[in-house]
Design a protein around this ligand. Structure first.
Ligand SMILES: [Fe+2]
Length: 467
């Protein structure tokens, strides 16, 4: 029904009204407590509910997308929505059903290699990422059948006793799918931006409080010293989850530092642009200056010149175009590490290290403008505490992505999940407006190459402490 409706809507070229998205599907995963013993019925029941909840979010995110929408791969970083749907299902088939469900028969032999993203240990036949949009076959219907087939097998598996290793891999698979849910939204945003008709992913305005003004930026002092960062697994719960790259918890020494009360706003970033900062080499790292010059960047991704707005700009969002003047107090997003670093230099500041960020975030309530709010875009804050740490934008840090002291990757093929990417990438923290709320933690380490802009990436400033 959803797809029939979506197909009908897309037969006209003019923007058509879309159904209001129900957000109830976003919520259940975070409300189900993890249980330590999945051999017990109570624990299995919670895991079953969690599985259904996460998988249903993927369905809800694609509900208004046509088969054609789900084929598009508009930049090298992105993947088609259809591929995301298949690959997340492949993950459960490969890492859970094959090893743990007796007599499991794969949905299709070719899917075993076709939807492998990058796991060399599973075989040398891995399709190149850049050709994912050429997969008109299998059809979307076949992909949806694949999802249903795997869901039924997972139901069978979860209908009996399972050991903790299987439960751990299911939880990893759910976290993996949540990562791809965020990617589905960032990728379709880019696809619709590139599309000459610039369709909106969802209706409505996210400017729910248009008159809100961001408070003055306030500096918060931290005394530094010998501190601990990294995830400390709960020893009483063998199924407590974090990614391997968040461990082990370890000591770091920090000089006293200050961190900004909120993200940098579009208004502040516009001042940076109006000061010709994109043309002044003194603010830029060498590689950043080369990138800016080569790609002729003059604004964040998704900003376009618009003479009809008083700012001279408009911004493409998941809800279509908005004048920049309506977004001036919202956090600037879709900037690269190079732009974040240059902005900080222009302001006489710097970016926080990931350790500083984590110390500032630890103890804060894990809440914010995440996917569950349904806003789908960064929002202004009203307060001057340490705000917007979770949600709104992933915040670039000054830290390169590398292993913590004593880091051990997961065993087997899943050792390739995080560890092999520890070069030439920078750490980002805090999640974004399209990160599922149950997916983020103060210790969560995201990472991207420094020129990356298609994710919801923003800026928080830091500096040495005056005290
Ligand atoms: Fe993946």
């Amino acid at each position: 029904m959803n797809r029939i409706l979506a197909l009908r809507l897309h037969t006209n070229l003019a923007p058509q009204p879309r159904r209001t998205r129900t957000l109830t599907l976003f919520r259940p995963a975070q409300q189900i407590p993890l249980k330590p013993e999945y051999a017990q019925e109570e624990g299995l029941s919670a895991l079953r509910s969690q599985y259904k909840a996460v998988r249903s979010v993927t369905c809800s995110l694609t509900a208004n997308m046509s088969a054609e929408d789900q084929m598009v791969q508009s930049c090298p970083e992105a993947s088609p929505m259809k591929w995301h749907q298949a690959h997340t299902t492949w993950f459960f088939e490969t890492f859970v059903l094959h090893p743990f469900l007796p007599d499991y028969k794969p949905f299709h032999q070719d899917f075993r290699w076709l939807f492998n993203s990058y796991y060399n240990a599973l075989g040398s036949q891995i399709p190149e990422k850049r050709i994912r949009a050429s997969l008109s076959r299998p059809s979307l219907d076949q992909i949806l059948d694949f999802r249903a087939y795997v869901d039924r097998a997972m139901e069978t598996l979860l209908g009996g006793r399972i050991d903790n290793e299987a439960a751990r891999l299911i939880i990893l698979g759910l976290n993996h799918e949540q990562q791809h849910q965020e990617l589905m939204l960032t990728d379709i945003k880019h696809a619709f931006f590139v599309n000459l008709l610039h369709p909106a992913y969802d209706d409505g305005s996210f400017v729910d409080e248009p008159n809100i003004s961001a408070p003055e930026l306030v500096w918060h002092d931290f005394s530094g010293g010998l501190l601990e960062i990294g995830y400390q697994p709960d020893a009483r719960n063998s199924l407590d989850f974090c990614f391997d790259n968040e461990t082990p918890r370890h000591r770091v020494y920090l000089e006293p530092f200050q961190i900004a009360s909120r993200d940098v706003t579009c208004r502040e970033y516009l001042e940076f642009m109006l000061d010709d900062a994109y043309s002044r080499a003194e603010f830029w790292l060498s590689e950043g200056w080369e990138t800016v010059s080569h790609l002729r960047w003059e604004a964040p991704l998704y900003w376009e010149r618009d003479a009809t707005d008083e700012t001279g700009w408009r911004v493409f969002t998941l809800r279509g175009w908005h004048p920049l003047s309506a977004l001036l107090d919202t956090p600037v997003c879709h900037v690269s590490y190079f732009e974040a670093d240059a902005f900080a230099r222009w302001r006489g500041c710097r970016l926080p290290t990931e350790a500083e960020w984590e110390i500032a975030a630890s103890g804060k309530t894990l809440a914010g403008n995440l996917l569950d709010t349904g806003k789908l875009h960064p929002a202004a804050t009203k307060s001057s505490g340490i705000e917007q740490m979770f949600g709104d934008c992933w915040e670039w840090t000054a830290s390169a992505y590398s292993a913590y002291p004593g880091y051990k990757p997961l065993p087997g093929p899943l050792s390739e999940y995080n560890g092999k990417f520890m070069s030439s990438q920078m750490i980002l923290r805090g999640g974004s407006c399209v990160t599922p709320a149950s997916h983020v933690r103060p210790t969560y380490r995201n990472f991207f190459q420094p020129a990356t802009r298609w994710q919801f990436t923003g800026i928080r400033l830091a500096s040495a402490s005056n005290s």
